[in-house]
Ligand binder design. Sequence first.
Ligand code: NI
Length: 226
Amino acid sequence: MLLHIPGLFDAEELTRIREALEQADWADGKITAGYQSAKAKHNLQLPEGHPLAKELGCALIDRLWKNPRFMSAALPHKVFPPLINCYREGGNFGFHIDNALRQPKGSPERVRTDLSSTLFLSDPDSYDGGELVIQDTYGVQQVKLAAGDLVLYPGTSLHKVNPVTRGARYAAFFWTQSLVRDDGQRTLLYEMDNAIQQLTTDVPEHPALLQLTGTYHNLLRRWAEV
Ligand code: NI
C-alpha cells in the first residue's frame, strides 16, 4: 500500500529548514548505501547524527506519532532515525530495494525495514525531475509531493529517484519496523480501522461496533510481534 500523508510541516517551517540545509556541509550519499546500491546512488546526504538531521528527524517522528493515519497504517514498533538527502545537477538513485536490516549508529538494536517513508522538503515547482518511482503490485507509481508531505510505502518495493535536471530536491527519509511485518495483513488492519472510524462517526451507538472493534484487536493480537 502507498499512502500520502499531507501537511506535516507548514510553509514557514519549510523555509527555515531549507535555509539551514543550504548552509549545511553535505557528504556523499554512498556513506549509508549497501555494496550494490552504492553503485546506483548519486546524491548528497547529511552524515548520520548530524545536528540538523537529528533536530528535523525528532520533529518529524514527533508529528507522525500524533498522526492517526500514520499510526494506523504503519503500526510502528521501531524506527531508523530520519536521514536527509539532496539531489541536484543530475543527481539520481537507480532502481534498488533497500537493505532489510539497518543498525542506527551507536545503537545495539537493529531495525527491520518493513516500511519506507519520504518527506518532501522542496516545493515541486522549484526543481525538475526527482520523482520517486515505486514499483508495487499495481504497477509503477510516480510520486512528487508538495513540500511538507510524506509518502509511506512497503520496504519490499523496487524504487528509484529520477535525475534532478534543475534546482535542488531536499527530502528526509526513514525506515519503520512495524508491529505487523506482512504488508497484506497491515493493509487489512488499516482498512478495517478506517471502516470502524467511519462507523463511529456515522452510527456511534450501533452495537455491532463493539464486536468489530474487538475483532480488530484480536487480529492485531494474533499478528503483532513485539
Ligand atoms: Ni531506497
